[in-house]
Ligand binder design. Structure first.
Ligand code: MOS
Length: 755
């Protein structure tokens, strides 16, 4: 909940907003009025089906399409043998993804798009696709990741931080540490499965192309489409008012988007392409599998003397992607010395990409489990171990935090959870046929922010408009844009109309890295101020206004009224000024970006996560009973959407801990469980109770609204809290995620008692 504040203070404090009680877009969604990418009505649409490779490497020998082309309703079969030739683009950021758009016959992974069948109906396209006769030249594929760890090499491209780091003398400090551990954790391939799979509708009108695509980055789509098709950016408009979840997979523009536009050109009419659920496992990005070796050394007081975190992970043969699982280990805790590394092993699998908290998700799953192992070896309470190593500053970069209140988060969450009741000796707490365990971990995610713009309009009907070319992935962007505009305009949030998801609006960044709130919202007060200035000018120059003759500087705003600062009896509504002056609308353009001075600081969000599990003694089935988490994420802009996001992140962390894994067939390289029936994600019964709170302490050094972003931190830490609770329950440490009953059954139990 937002802190209670006296009304006078609330009015002046830009970090406290009047909240919309419900999602701005809630009614449209539950009544089916919200249109998603595949649902946009276009004249006379044709339907495209994507055909995938059935081998993991090599090349296409031939695609015989004679039968398919003659099938009912078929308009076109597009393959690398007949596709329009496109200019050879130079992959460059941000439109740098290497997509396969039928310009070559090479095969890089099993499931790669290799043909598009376009027909009058979806069923006709699907049927015709089965008639293609495809032959390959299949050389051996690189598939055995665990057997090729020694092929790991540094990434070819520099990421947001260097892949390797070294501070102090880790080997010496490790060997001098009285207590040390050396453990290796593994995490599997995961695939994003938002409720709405990817989908695209493309329509040409002459040289102009309109693309409705389910995306996290409408402007990125525009850049990639223009680049790949070799057409001017101005000829492309991208539209996406609603994204049914993205989680990183919709931050890049994949093959199907460009192919859909290509198909619409070929058949000379609008084309719709829905990526099928099974096609979510490869052609649109994956989280790589990781092998993480962690060495920790500590003194008798628990102080970390050495931290070493070395990561090997798979990457596609097509392009590098680094899941930076060891980045957070550089600054999560204070330590005398620290070193980390990341290595990539090329594999014939689909391209790896951003997936919710790329790095911190898998990294904290391993590292925060290893911290629990260290606490156990030290016979120390895991929370006390974290407090003993509390990082008062970013030790790695030697910079202060813009704001950090993790201590309060530990306190609040541990009190709400009842951590003091934990039995430190594993395997001791029984309820009927179940072993009960408590575990905890720290959550961490960076605070990102990019330049953004916004438009605000004040209308003669008493309402206002705010717009930006940003996206709402279901996170609440509409809601917080409305609130921020309302706050800046002194209007009720229900009087604000929001438009986003259209590339003709003012530019905004990718909705990735949890940065949308912190990037887009600061541009809104600037735009609102410009609009209010124009409105004030109209009033002071209008002989019929009670404010006539004042200057804009003499005018305050409250509840939709312009008010004289000197004499509050002189006031009138925005609508009155505008209707009297020709029913006009006033508009302001705003922009915001991080100040240079931010480089002197590090900004991170933090959280404390506590989990209770029950493990059945006979079936070894683990069950999460409750999770209690408190986050320090700066200002909580909207309680409903914010807490929902954190809850969603925690649910996914439980999934990472216990359920989720893409099983890659080692002989074919195809994902064996390409469906939601076999790709296990939690249902309500798997989650138990969630108690999520935020400290709601504004970080105004990070941005004027004090909000640090919230989309990803929920998936961090919580997987380890669950794993640590399983250890506390059973005395069994499973270092291979997900922790399934078979692994618990086979693991050996430790018998040490912790006094
Ligand atoms: Mo997020 S994985 O940066 O969309």
């Amino acid at each position: 909940m937002p802190p209670a504040m006296p009304a006078a203070q609330e009015e002046k404090d830009s970090t406290v907003q009047k909240q919309l009680p419900h999602r701005y877009d809630g009614v449209a969604k539950v009544t089916g009025k919200a249109k998603y990418a595949h649902e946009f009505e276009v004249p006379n649409p044709a339907y495209a089906v994507m055909v995938q490779s059935t081998i993991p490497s090599g090349s296409l020998k031939f695609i015989d399409q004679s039968a398919a082309a003659k099938a009912p309703g078929v308009l076109a079969v597009i393959t690398p043998f007949n596709a329009p030739e496109l200019p050879k683009p130079k992959p460059q950021p941000p439109a740098r993804r290497h997509v396969t758009v039928f310009q070559e016959k090479d095969i890089w992974y099993n499931g790669q798009p290799i043909a598009l069948v376009v027909a009058e109906s979806l069923d006709q396209a699907r049927y015709a696709a089965t008639l293609l006769h495809i032959t390959y030249n299949p050389p051996p594929a690189k598939l055995n990741f665990p057997g090729r760890l020694n092929e790991g090499r540094p990434p070819k491209q520099q990421g947001r931080e260097p892949a390797d780091s070294k501070r102090g003398d880790v080997p010496t400090n490790l060997s001098n540490s009285p207590t040390k551990i050396d453990v290796t954790y593994t995490t599997p391939v995961q695939n994003h499965n938002p409720m709405e799979p990817h989908a695209t509708t493309a329509m040409w009108e002459g040289e102009k192309l309109t693309v409705h695509n389910s995306t996290q980055y409408i402007d990125g789509d525009r850049m990639t489409i223009a680049r790949d098709l070799g057409i001017p950016m101005d000829n492309v408009q991208t539209v996406c008012p609603y994204t049914g979840g993205g989680f990183g997979s919709k931050g890049s523009t994949w093959s199907h988007v460009v192919l859909c536009a290509m198909a619409a050109k070929v058949v000379n009419r609008p084309v719709k392409l829905a990526v099928e659920r099974g096609q979510m496992f490869g052609p649109v990005g994956t989280r790589p599998t990781t092998v993480q070796q962690i060495k920790l050394g500590a003194g008798p007081d628990g102080k970390l003397l050495a931290v070493q975190h070395d990561v090997i992970e798979h990457t596609s043969v097509m392009e590098d992607f680094l899941e930076p699982s060891a980045f957070q280990s550089r600054y999560l805790y204070d330590s005398k010395s620290n070193q980390t590394s990341h290595r990539l092993v090329e594999t014939n699998l689909g391209v790896c990409t951003f997936q919710r908290a790329p790095g911190e998700c898998t990294g904290t799953a391993a590292f925060e489990s290893a911290m629990d192992e260290l606490a156990f070896a030290l016979k120390m309470d895991p929370l006390q171990l974290r407090l003993a190593n509390y990082a008062e500053k970013d030790v790695e970069k030697d910079k202060p935090w813009t704001s950090k209140h993790l201590r309060e988060a530990y306190q609040q969450a541990s009190d709400r959870f009842g951590w003091s009741k934990r039995n430190a000796t594993p395997g001791q707490t029984k309820e009927g046929n179940k072993l009960i365990g408590y575990g905890m971990a720290t959550a961490i995610y960076g605070a990102n922010r990019s330049a953004s713009q916004a438009t605000v309009r004040i209308l003669p009907n008493g309402r206002a408009f705010v717009g930006a070319a940003t996206q709402d992935l279901g996170t609440g962007t509409y809601t917080i844009m409305a609130q921020t505009a309302a706050n800046a305009l002194s209007l009720d949030p229900t009087l604000i109309d929001v438009k986003l998801g259209d590339s003709t609006l003012p530019k905004a960044p990718v909705s990735g890295g949890s940065q949308t709130a912190a990037s887009v919202c600061p541009a809104i007060p600037d735009a609102a101020l410009q609009a209010l200035l124009k409105l004030s000018e109209l009033a002071v120059n209008d002989p019929q206004s009670p404010l006539h003759g004042l200057t804009s500087a003499d005018i305050d705003t409250k509840n939709g009224r312009l008010i004289s600062k000197k004499d509050s009896s002189k006031s009138e509504t925005y609508a009155a000024v505008l209707t009297r002056n020709g029913n006009q609308t006033v508009e302001g353009q705003g922009s915001a970006e991080p100040a240079q001075s931010h480089e002197a600081f590090t900004s991170q969000s933090w959280g404390a996560v506590f989990a209770e599990v029950a493990v059945d003694i006979d079936t070894h089935m683990p069950e999460v009973r409750r999770i209690v988490a408190t986050y320090d994420i700066g200002t909580l802009m909207n309680t409903k959407t914010g807490i929902n996001q954190l809850q969603g992140g925690i649910v996914w962390a439980v999934s990472t801990a216990l359920h989720e894994e893409s099983h890659i067939d080692p002989s074919t390289g195809r994902t064996a469980n390409e469906s939601l029936a076999e790709y296990h994600v939690p249902v309500n019964a798997d989650i138990g109770t969630l108690d999520v709170t935020c400290l709601n302490i504004p970080d105004t050094k990070f941005n004027p609204l004090g909000a640090r972003g919230i989309g990803e931190i929920g998936i961090t830490g919580a997987s380890a809290a669950v794993a640590n609770a399983i250890f506390n329950a059973t005395g069994k440490r499973i270092r291979d995620f997900p922790i399934t009953p078979d692994k618990i059954m086979q693991a050996k139990s430790v018998t040490q008692s912790v006094a």
